[in-house]
Design a protein around this ligand. Structure first.
Ligand code: G3P
Ligand code: CA
Length: 265
């Protein structure tokens, strides 16, 4: 390792597309994930929530208000109601690109099942980093449904489950010990400062804020036997910092740009 150049090190950093190529296309849309695959992302990040009728959809917020023309909690709406909403128009055109507002791949709510289908169709193995959102309210239903879908729709690339909830991750490992789990952290609590995670988690998922304030955290987590996946790394200075520290993955809204930067280091 110590003989490697920065470039050799940076090439090993996995680039994970946060909600797809969500700088360019509406977050969590099929279009954003297609673009992420075209941009060369190693893996796709997505947040999953349960609808009123038990489907897992890729939506970040508890409510649909920010990212669609509808209102209300995802958990109070059925999939058919969500499918009526426009999840694309809130995101205006980027640069010279004038997207077709009516393009269903930009505007239709995405189910996890469809995303698994997209990954299975890809011309190369693409990983998945699936985040369970506020799953404790649902007493295991999110994890149960997630594992059932993964069993029914196997994908060729690696699959990891991520959460801020250690309880959700231990539920996943109990039912599917082969799946790696990523323990997400917004701030570094004193008990995690030394690099150790709640037992059973393979990967640490610190925010970039943690890394900026405490760059040595990466080395401590590595010494404790964990890989380190940092979110959300869009700023070129943050990408350079992560490369210098030898993190294992960066989770970013602009996977194409970040890949290019890492290749040039
Ligand atoms: O990849 C982890 C990151 O997505 C967690 O934060 O709010 O973007 O889901 P959030
Ligand atoms: Ca997320």
């Amino acid at each position: 390792w110590h003989h490697d150049t920065v470039s050799e090190v940076s090439r090993r950093i996995e680039v994970v597309a946060h909600r797809g190529s969500s700088e360019d296309a509406p977050e969590h849309s099929l279009a954003a994930y297609r673009k992420a695959i075209a941009d060369g992302a190693d893996a796709l990040e997505c947040d999953v929530r349960l609808t009123a009728d038990g489907h897992l959809v890729c939506v970040h917020d508890r409510r649909v208000n920010r990212t669609s023309n509808g209102r209300g909690a995802v958990s109070a709406l059925e999939l058919a109601q969500l499918a009526e909403l426009d999840f694309g128009s809130w995101k205006g055109p980027v640069g010279a690109e004038v997207p077709d507002a009516a393009d269903p791949e930009r505007s239709t709510v995405l189910t996890l099942e469809r995303l698994l289908g997209l990954v299975a169709e890809a011309d190369r193995p693409v990983g998945l980093a699936i985040e369970t959102k506020h799953p404790t309210r649902w007493a295991g239903q999110v994890e149960e449904r997630l594992l059932a879908l993964l069993a029914r729709h196997p994908v060729p690339g690696p699959v990891r489950v991520m959460s801020f909830s250690a309880r959700s991750l231990s539920r996943v490992r109990r039912a599917a010990p082969q799946l790696e789990t990523v323990y997400l952290m917004q701030f570094l609590l004193p008990r995690h400062r030394g690099g150790r995670l709640p037992a059973g988690n393979a990967v640490a998922g610190p925010s970039i804020r943690i890394i900026r304030r405490d760059p040595d955290y990466v080395a401590r987590a590595h010494r404790a036997g964990h890989r380190v996946h940092v979110w959300t790394v869009d700023d070129p200075a943050d990408v350079a910092l992560c490369a210098k520290l030898g993190v294992d993955a960066v989770i970013t809204n602009r996977p194409g740009t970040v890949r290019d930067q890492l290749a040039g280091l």
